[in-house]
Structures are given as C-alpha cells and as structure tokens.
Design a protein around this ligand. Sequence first.
Ligand code: Z5A
Length: 204
Amino acid sequence: MSGRFITLEGGEGSGKTTQIQLLHAVYKEAGHACVVTREPGGGAGADAIRQLLLTGVEDKWHKVSETLLFQAARVEHVEHVIKPALHRGDTVLCDRFLDSTIVYQGISKGLGADYVRALHQLTLGNVQPDVTLILDIDPAVGLTRAKARAGDETRFENMGTGFHSQVREGFLSLARIEPERCKVIDASQSAEEVHKAIRKAVGL
Ligand code: Z5A
C-alpha cells in the first residue's frame, strides 16, 4: 500500500475534527488525493454500529461486547474504505483508530491493552497508522468544548472525569511506548497554533 495513513487521537473535544479539516485543506490545495474518515464509522455497516455504540446509557454494553463492536466496525472501515484508499496512493486522515480502543476499552475500562492488540492482529493483521497525532488536553476543558455541540452521541461524554483522566494518561503512555509513530500535540493552544504543530509533525 503506497498511501500514507495518519490518525488523530485524544480525549473528547480535543479538536480532532477541526484539525482534520485544516489538514485536509492543505492537502487539497496541494492537489494531493486525501480521504477524510472517522471511527467508529466509515461505510454503511460501520456507521450502523456507531449508532449502537455512542447512544444510550453508559452501561449499555459489557466491555467485551463493546470492544468487539468497535473492532467489527473497524474491519468494515479498513476493508471497504482505508485499504482501497491506501492502495490508490491516497493519504488517509482518520479521526480515531485502534489506539482509541487500546485506551478506552483496554486501559480505562480494564480489558487490557494486550487483549485489544491481539483482537486487532487476529482480525486485521498489521494494519497500523504511519503517524498518530495525539491531541492532549485537560479533560475538563475538552468536555466543556464537546458539550457545546448538539446531538445524542453522548454515551462516552457521560462517563465522568475520572474515566476521562485515565483516557488522557492512556494516550500519553502510548506516546511513551511508541515515540516514533505517536506525536503529542498541545491541544490547549489556539486552533491555528495546533494546526502549525501538526503540520510540523507530519512534515508539511
Ligand atoms: N471510542 C472508544 O471508546 N473506542 C474506540 O475504539 C473508538 C471510539 C474508535 C467517539 O466519539 C467516542 O467513542 C469517543 C471515544 C469512543 N468518546 N469519547 N470521549 P466521537 O468521535 O464522536 O467524539 P470525539 O472523538 O470525542 O470528538 P468530539 O467530541 O466531536 O471532539 P473533537 O473532534 O476532538 O473536537 P472538535 O469537534 O474539533 O472540537 C470540539 C469543539 O471545540 C468545537 O466547538 C470546536 O470549534 C472547538 N475547538 C476546536 N479546537 C479548539 C481550540 N484549539 N480552541 C478552542 N476551541 C476549539
């Protein structure tokens, strides 16, 4: 696969959607083919699973079922959207990927990072991002930003500050384990400053 696979990760309201749009504009202006996508979602099957996962009460799913649903959506997404784009040589900009499952279900919900990695290996092999941008922000700030947007996809938002603090620590621990792939970006800066840091991190 000749395309470049870039993921954005971080807590709720850290600015991933905003930054993906800004980065996409840079690629577009340069005339470079670029696919913007997100998880859970990306394709009809994965979008249907998204609805199951992000709406409703917090304890709606057992952590094992929840993890299997995230990975089922990911298989649909990778096979139908991500792999074809990378084979064409496009750049793929993806809002969340496997690292979110490692952090949210593996670390914060206690299933174990190794369990999540093993499930990924079993279902998708070695599909991994080339670069991961971790947008780091105080969860209280991120949640305040996120609450300002409307909609019913609030299941994770409602999981409490302790949970979201573990998420933040989880992402930072991944960056310590894989510093070559995972670049931590200070997301408390203005959107323009964050964009500048991201361009530098991806070499644009
Ligand atoms: N999840 C999981 O548990 N396991 C998995 O494997 C996967 C996901 C894949 C997905 O929700 C939830 O699923 C997620 C984890 C879980 N929940 N949590 N927490 P999502 O993808 O729909 O939600 P999100 O990823 O948390 O995104 P978000 O809340 O939509 O936020 P965002 O995309 O990071 O931020 P944004 O939309 O760009 O910005 C939010 C607001 O802040 C908006 O009004 C912006 O204008 C504003 N903003 C953005 N940047 C700035 C700066 N720099 N300064 C000030 N204001 C800003």
